[in-house]
Design a protein around this ligand. Structure first.
Ligand code: FAD
Length: 501
């Protein structure tokens, strides 16, 4: 049996889903190459987190996108359980404010029928609307109800997928930037990176915003990926009123509109905008006064009441990787043989990711003519870190009796214990993360995500890491490389005066 070495460029939701599916096969040796210090820090980190039903996809204009979205919605229901990813399926209300909007909204009933999305219907009875969503705007005259809409925690989904993939033999290479795809005589040979050459028979380009640049180096030109910015507000978990369902207006040709949702962690979140940026602005994650103002006004239109602005704990922006004409570019090539583009995965890319992964598996079998052999011992399961805050008082006591570190609360806003932070770091090390960052810990443990955004607990975490793992304060990063947590008193610390608990 011949084994093929596969390199997946990019550990976003797409690359990590592909890694999981390809880890099912004996004759593939899978490597994920990621330029950042951790996984999921591209578009997959900052989005609305919705598992779309598929009734907004036009199967005539975008048949592949429509198919993958509907399949993805089904697959996530299984994947969230196997991988212990935070999720909910509250359903979605597309709200109309006039008869004209109601007329436009009917199009989505028809699209639902074409895409075979179950349960989608038009509601015009106010009592029915209020029953589904008590906080729906008084001015709503009707809504399209899509009961299969869901939500996941997107970055925790990437982390879970990578943990499960590594458990099944995939190798993750972080801090490794692909500079070019190496091709000889029309056949892929590997990739050149900042850490040297890596050999491969198959290279899968899932580099998100940078997929166009990677593709060019393989000799596959002719498309560009443009960033489309989306800005958000997120509220304190205690802020009220929240919403029970996913709420958004009737879409325009450019955007699905501003959403009002309650995240899987219980925070009210509003956004995003949809603003096209120039091609070179692929790192511009700044928020703007205009963008945030627009989000606030749109959200106010959708619900009876928003919590006061003083309850906002964070504003942020994400960048969609927009392909030309909104078309997903998922394709294997004869020349160079072995190169597969998974480019331009704009919304609903989070939803579609599991279906995209199976589609890529099929490309390997059908287009590259490689017969894949199933592994006998593939493990579909992965357990999340046990969260104190999700347990009953009795369970918390039992856990803390067994392991006293569960009784030491480090992040009081989110009720995260020292045990959870230590577990987060152990898991980072296990998948091959070299640079331990506060953001990496935040996304895994939820510490620093509460009202004070780490104002109080960040220093406790830094000290804990020094004690437990010997990570000196000056080596602890906030986000990525060169974002040192402690730069001020380093000289003093280097002289041997280490911080105490
Ligand atoms: C504002 C916003 C709202 C959205 N809302 C939703 C939603 O509600 N539902 C939904 O289904 N979809 C949504 N999406 C779309 C979804 O987030 C994306 O489709 C998805 O995250 C794309 O995943 P990806 O893995 O292709 O890209 P990314 O997550 O960007 O991953 C690409 C990875 O490649 C790495 N990389 C890039 N270049 C290199 C290189 N040279 N070498 C090595 N690594 C490299 C990057 O660091 C990154 O980690 C939204 C997107 C945005 C921005």
């Amino acid at each position: 049996m011949r084994r093929y070495r596969v390199i997946i460029i990019g550990a976003g939701i797409v690359g990590s889903s592909i890694a999981r599916v390809l880890s099912m096969y004996e004759n593939l040796e899978v490597h994920v190459v990621e330029k950042e210090v951790d996984v999921g820090w591209g578009s997959s980190k900052a989005n609305t987190s919705i598992i779309h039903p598929g009734h907004e996809e036009d199967p005539e204009k975008h048949p592949l996108r429509a198919k993958l979205c509907v399949q993805g919605n089904r697959l996530w229901r299984q994947w969230v359980k196997e991988l212990d990813i935070p999720f909910k399926f509250p359903g979605e209300l597309m709200v109309a404010f006039s008869d004209e909007e109601l007329k436009r909204a009917k199009k989505y009933i028809e699209l639902a029928r074409k895409n075979k999305v179950p349960g989608v219907k038009l509601l015009t009875d106010r009592r029915e609307l209020e029953l589904l969503e008590p906080n729906i705007s008084q001015n709503a005259v009707g809504a399209v109800w899509a009961p299969t809409a869901g939500q996941i925690n997107p970055i925790q989904a990437v982390i879970a997928l990578i943990e499960n993939s590594v458990d099944n033999g995939v190798k993750l290479h972080v801090e490794t930037k692909v500079e070019k795809v190496v091709v000889k005589n029309g056949v892929v040979k590997g990739v050149e990176t900042n850490r040297g050459f890596m050999e491969a028979d198959i290279v899968i380009n899932a580099a998100g915003l940078y997929a166009d640049e990677i593709s060019k180096t393989a000799g596959v030109d002719g498309f560009s990926i443009r960033p489309r910015k989306g800005e958000y507000y997120i509220f304190d978990p205690l802020a009220e009123p929240k919403v029970t369902r996913i709420i958004h207006p009737v879409p325009t040709p450019i955007t699905k509109g501003v959403y009002v949702i309650t995240t899987t962690e219980g925070n009210l979140m509003i956004g995003p905008t949809a603003v096209d940026l120039p091609e070179e602005a692929k790192e511009d994650k700044s928020v703007t006064f205009e963008g945030l103002d627009f989000v606030w006004k749109e959200a106010q239109r959708l619900v009876k009441k928003l919590p006061p602005k003083t309850m906002v704990i964070r504003v942020f922006a994400g960048l969609r990787p927009e392909p030309p004409d909104g078309r997903y570019i998922i394709k294997a090539y004869d020349n160079p043989w072995g190169f597969i583009n998974v480019a331009g995965i704009r919304s609903p890319g989070l939803t579609s990711a599991p279906a995209i992964a199976y589609y890529v598996r099929d490309l390997i079998e059908k287009e590259l003519d490689i017969k894949l052999e199933k592994k006998k011992s593939w493990n579909p399961y992965r357990k999340a870190i046990t969260r104190l805050r999700d347990l009953s008082w009795e369970e918390q006591k039992a856990l803390a009796t067994k392991n006293p570190l569960y009784g030491w609360i480090i992040c009081e806003c989110m009720k995260v214990s020292a045990a959870e932070i230590i577990e987060a770091v152990k898991r980072m090390k296990k998948i091959g993360i070299k640079t331990i960052s506060l953001d990496g810990i935040k996304f895994r443990s939820l510490a620093m995500m509460g009202r004070d955004q780490g104002g109080l607990c960040r220093v406790r975490i830094a000290v804990l890491l020094q004690k437990e793992f010997g990570i000196p304060l000056w080596d602890l990063m906030v986000k990525g490389l060169n974002t040192n947590y402690a730069i001020g008193d380093i000289k003093m610390l280097r002289r041997g005066q280490t911080a105490e608990r």
